[in-house]
Each structure stands twice: as C-alpha cells, then as structure tokens.
Design a protein around this ligand. Structure first.
Ligand code: FE2
Length: 363
C-alpha cells in the first residue's frame, strides 16, 4: 500500500523547560547526552534559548523563553516542564503537511524553509493531543549539526555517553473517552495502524486501571502507544498525570540500549531514580520468561524487569518522573527479539507506581 506519510525516524524531541541551561546539565550529567548545538541571543535569537543534545540517534532540544509574555512561558506555566514537539524526519515536509492536513490534521506551522551555509531544511507542523505538536522535518539537503539558526555547542564539561541508542517508542496520555479520537487520528490522518491491543482488564491492579493501544507507522520505525485512564477503585496513574500536566501530553520516552545492565548501572551511579518492584518479582522470573542470557541476581540488584513474547524477550526499567510534577518519565529498554512493550510487567510496575502515587497523596 502506498504510504502517504513515509516517516524515516523520530527527528528530535523538544522540551519546553523553565531553565534550559540547568536541564541541559541534568541530561548531560545524568543521562550522558552530548552537547551538540545552541541557539539564543548569541546566535541572533532574542526571545528564547535552546540547547540541542544527542546520544546515539537521539536528539533532545531543551528550550526556555527569555520573556514572561512568551507563549513558551505560558506553556510552562500551565504544564510545567514537558514535551512540546515530537519531530519526525520526512523526505518531503510539504507533502507530509498537505497529506495530513487534507485528512483532517489541524495545522500549526506552515511549511517554511530555513537556510544557512550547510544547506536547507524545510519544516511544517500539525497539532496532536493536548498542546503537543508533530513537526515534519525535511533535512535531506542539509549537512549542518542540527538546523539553521543553531551554532556548534562544545563546552569543556562533557560527561561520557551511557549507551542510549535510539527512541524505541513515545507514549501519549489522553483524557477520558479520548482513546478512539486519537487512535483514529493516528490511523486516518497519519496512516498508522494498531499494533497490539490491551483491554482495561489486562492493565489493572487492585486499585487503578488504564487502557493502552499501540499505533505504529508503515515502516514500523515510529511507535506511539496511547494511554487512557480507566475506572478503578482509586485514581488511575494516567488521571494523576492529566491532573498535573493539565491535559493530555507525552507520558514517557522509551530509549533503547544494547546493554541495559551497563546503562542502568551508569544511570544509577549518576543519580537517576528508578521505580522499584518488590524483590519477590524475581522469585518466579525464570518460570515466567524462560531462559535468558542475563544473571537474574544482577537484574534483581538493578531492578530491571523482563518480559517475553512470541518473538523473544525484552528487558526494561522505568525512571521516576524527571520533574516535580508527576508527569514525564523515561523507560530504558533492551530488545532481544521481543517486539511488544512489556505487558507482563504492567501489574508489578503499576503497583510500584501506585506506591509513589500514595506517597504523593494522589491515590
Ligand atoms: Fe513504554
């Protein structure tokens, strides 16, 4: 079938944050991201400062406004630090824009060309859930570090990488009864299809529940699970997110590594906080997942979870939220054949999240 929206990759993820200089320091020190590019007053951009960090194929942009009346300041006032832009690399930005708008996307950035001595980039953008947007970035005629308007950023302070390679998936939380709206959006407007489906019985604990559907593009390179809260005895973790983010938004970024044990040791050594499941999670692990290459004792010490599907297994671990509002967090994942998302861990994981929710008085 003709893919009207060929997506080559997640191009970059842009956070709007209250203090980009300090956020950049955190992602360098704690997550091993490398300094790549900068834009701000020194490069002729007077209203904001942006730091571009990279590791493996991942690019993060951290942007802060320099004026209180800036629309970015309003975004931060409402949502706290959070993800504004999920940018997608496309071969034809104008085509991506017109094909999606024709199918009902709400435009937010008209196609425009940016040029410098390294060539040209064409960007356009559409709205998705909440205040989040998708940018379509065409960079095939560009050889610079990131984009026109940015200059190289190479400070002396540069902690080493920790083995983060690529964005495996990015999850969005949407409001009550909005699941269909947004899975339809990704299907009809973006040409995605649904990969796996769980019903709310699959993902519930004694207290709280959610629904999750995974939408994937034609090449399978871009995977966007969508969560909706579901009724339980107590408040769903998705509802807690919606309360604090003040609406739908990106819940977590899952980052792939080729050696989760080494990556997680580094992260823990650098102060990144993870959700822990009780150690009895590991008691029957081998009967649940069968033979694995890793030492269970080592996984247990680090709190790494394991799940198996028909294609293989995966290892994963989840950070606590990376800001004071209980909103955005990260997942670290290593796939050993498995193409699913760790459904077998959801119960243990959600119980761990509930303990954190209860500590915040939100359960
Ligand atoms: Fe995930």
């Amino acid at each position: 079938m003709n893919d009207f929206l060929p997506l080559q990759a997640i191009d970059h993820v842009e956070f709007y944050v209250g203090n980009a200089k300090q956020a950049a320091h955190f992602y360098k020190s704690a997550f091993g991201f490398q300094s790549l590019a900068y834009s701000g007053p020194e490069t002729g951009v007077k209203d904001r400062a942006s730091y571009v960090l990279s590791q493996g194929k991942i690019r993060l942009v951290l942007t802060t406004p320099l004026e209180p009346s800036h629309e970015i300041a309003a975004h931060i006032h409402l949502h706290g630090d959070g993800i504004k832009v999920v940018a997608l690399t496309v071969p034809d930005s104008l085509g991506a824009f017109s094909e999606t708008v024709k199918r009902g996307a709400r435009p937010c950035i008209m196609p425009n060309r940016k040029e410098d001595e390294f060539g040209e980039i064409i960007v356009s953008g559409i709205h998705t859930y909440g205040d989040t947007i998708h940018l379509f970035v065409e960079r095939k005629n560009y050889s610079g570090l990131f984009m026109p308007g940015y200059k190289e950023w190479s400070p002396e302070f540069q902690p080493s990488e920790i083995g983060l390679k690529y964005i495996d998936h990015m999850v969005g939380n949407v409001g009550w009864n909005e699941m269909e709206t947004w899975t339809n959006f990704y299907r009809d407007v973006m040409g995605f299809s649904q990969l796996v489906s769980f019903d709310d019985k699959d993902i519930s604990t004694e207290y709280t529940a959610l629904m999750s559907k995974v939408m994937t593009n034609g090449t399978g390179k871009v995977k966007f699970p969508i969560n909706e809260p579901a009724e339980g005895k107590k408040k769903s973790q998705i509802e807690e997110y919606l309360d604090y983010y003040k609406g739908p938004g990106v819940q977590h970024i899952a980052i792939g590594t080729r050696n989760i044990i080494e990556t997680v040791k580094e992260l823990q050594g650098r102060g990144v906080e993870f959700l822990y499941v009780p150690t009895n999670y590991y008691d029957d692990l081998d009967s649940r997942v069968g033979e694995i290459e890793e030492e269970i004792e080592e996984l247990k010490q680090l709190g790494i979870l394991v799940d198996r599907d028909e294609d293989g297994y995966l290892l994963q671990i989840f950070t606590k939220p990376v800001e004071d509002r209980p909103t955005v967090f990260f997942e670290i994942i290593q796939r050993k054949g498995a193409r699913s998302f760790g459904k077998g861990n959801f119960k243990a994981l959600f119980e761990a999240i509930e303990r954190e929710q209860a500590a915040r008085g939100n359960l």
